[in-house]
Design a protein. Structure first.
Length: 487
């Protein structure tokens, strides 16, 4: 039976048993993630390598904080993308324009030299990725009717597309860096994003009507006020940068506080809205512990781009049959496992149907497995250069993968199910705020890591995650009650 098939009961053409448009969104997200992770695989090394090696010669601790702050900024900017989708343009057009901005950002990284290229490129990629992220996931949600048991499996398949791009991006950009230098690697990321943009432009008309809808249109009379607010924000950002109030040393902390403030404000806006029913409000309250669990998970998982990157360069034996693998290629290990196991997890949830664990239990399992992954670093602690075998780190990243599959696609799915109708896309932005906070904190935590304190660092991180996971198991019945019919 072909992957594109016609079901006998409904006449609907499907992709792996799911709505056909899932294949189009799968492909778009694949190319966007190819460019994003391909660039991010080089980012820390570009910042820390010497000028003679083509880098910027930044301090590793400062660079790790900047990587965390940048990642947090990507997810923080989903607020803007979600607001534009719900109030001005609709999810489909925001996704399209965001993809153009991302491509321009990668071009800037490839062509502009030094700190100027880094700053312009990261801002554009960050803002564009934020706009694309929430809206791509929201568009997947429009493909399923309420109560459709295929939803979790559909998001897992969509997540597999993300990780095919996440696999190929670091592999190819690292090869380009190793052979031709950093800027050619960044240029390859730009080519990947251009491919995704062309593919989406050819298929965007086939999305359902809900994808083009503006849920809560902003009155034309309010446009001047919001344009003025945007101008003031841009001016303020320019002032704090020009005066040195915001710099590389304090950026991660500022981003963390900004994410917390935005989270509190977003919950307040949604819960106080007259357009949210009492049942929807209960569901939003039940989402809060999942938000906290998600932030905790990402504060550990995103250390792949900080602590694990530094560990891979200094401690990992990267010799493969006489060839020394570039350290950034390690970031393709997790996507390989995702590709293998995403389909298995999706099939498991589909087979279990209404008997599958609740979303809160899946989150708790993810936190516990993530904690075990950090504890698994301890047997390798204290070794010298090239002391950790590649198979050892691969085993740890397999645990990262299982934890991720319990939380990330499930988080996207449960958010679309718990979202009030009037805040469908903005609720996804709220979920991405948990990733923003966690990613920023991952950069801050990386500042405490060193080869001298590996055992306490990995022990504290792992035990804390396991305790949080156990607490979520205890709270699962109360959370499920608040969710009502949603699992």
């Amino acid at each position: 039976m072909s992957t594109l098939q016609r079901t006998a009961d409904s006449g609907e053409r499907t992709f792996l048993g799911h709505p056909r448009m899932l294949a189009n969104l799968f492909s778009v997200e694949l190319w966007e993630r190819f460019s994003f992770y391909g660039m991010q695989a080089l980012l820390l090394f570009y910042m820390t390598y010497s000028l003679a090696e083509g880098g910027l010669a930044l301090d590793p601790g400062t660079a790790a904080g900047l990587v965390g702050a940048y990642g947090g900024g990507v997810y923080l900017s989903t607020i803007l993308g979600a607001w534009l989708a719900d109030r001005v343009l609709g999810s489909e057009r925001v996704l399209f324009y965001s993809a153009i901005i991302i491509m321009c950002g990668h071009v800037a990284l490839a062509l502009l030299p030094g700190v100027v290229g880094l700053s312009v490129g990261l801002v554009m990629v960050g803002v564009g990725s934020g706009g694309l992220k929430a809206n791509a996931s929201s568009l997947v949600g429009t493909l399923y009717a309420p109560g459709d048991d295929r939803r979790d499996a559909g998001f897992s398949i969509f997540y597999m597309g993300i990780n095919i791009g996440g696999l190929m991006g670091p592999l190819l950009t690292n090869l380009a860096w190793d052979t031709y230098g950093f800027h050619v690697g960044f240029g390859l990321a730009a080519v990947g994003m251009a491919a995704g943009l062309l593919q989406y432009a050819a298929t965007r008309k086939n999305l359902p009507a809900a994808a083009h809808a503006v849920e809560d249109p902003l009155p034309r009379s309010a446009y001047p006020r919001w344009i003025a607010i945007a101008a003031v924000v841009v001016i303020l950002v320019g002032v704090v940068l020009a005066t040195g109030l915001l710099d590389a040393g304090n950026l991660a902390g500022v981003m963390a506080y900004t994410a917390i403030a935005a989270t509190l404000a977003y919950f307040a806006v949604i819960l106080s809205s007259s357009r949210v029913t009492a049942e929807e409000r209960r569901r939003v309250y039940s989402f809060m512990p999942l938000f906290v669990a998600s932030a905790a998970f990402w504060s550990l998982f995103q250390q792949q781009f900080t602590v694990v990157a530094l560990y891979s360069e200094s401690r990992l034996d990267r010799n493969l049959f006489g060839w020394e693998m570039p350290p950034g290629m390690v970031q393709s290990i997790n996507p390989v496992f995702i590709i293998i196991f995403a389909g298995i997890f999706a099939a498991l949830w589909t087979r279990l149907g209404s008997r599958q664990p609740s979303s809160s239990l899946k989150f708790s399992f993810g936190l516990i497995v993530m904690g075990v992954a950090f504890l698994a670093f301890i047997p390798f602690a204290g070794g010298g250069a090239n002391s950790t075998p590649l198979i050892g780190l691969a085993g740890i990243l397999l645990l990262f993968t299982w934890a991720e599959l319990f939380i990330s696609p499930i988080g996207l799915s449960v958010t679309t199910k718990l979202a009030p109708e009037a805040f469908r896309t903005q609720m996804l932005a709220l979920f991405f705020l948990s990733i923003s906070l966690g990613t920023t904190v991952s950069g801050l935590l990386a500042g405490f890591y060193s080869e001298a304190n590996e055992v306490p660092y990995f022990a504290f991180s792992g035990i804390t995650a396991i305790i949080l996971g156990g607490s979520l198991i205890a709270a699962a019945p109360a959370i499920s009650k608040g969710m009502g019919a949603v699992r």
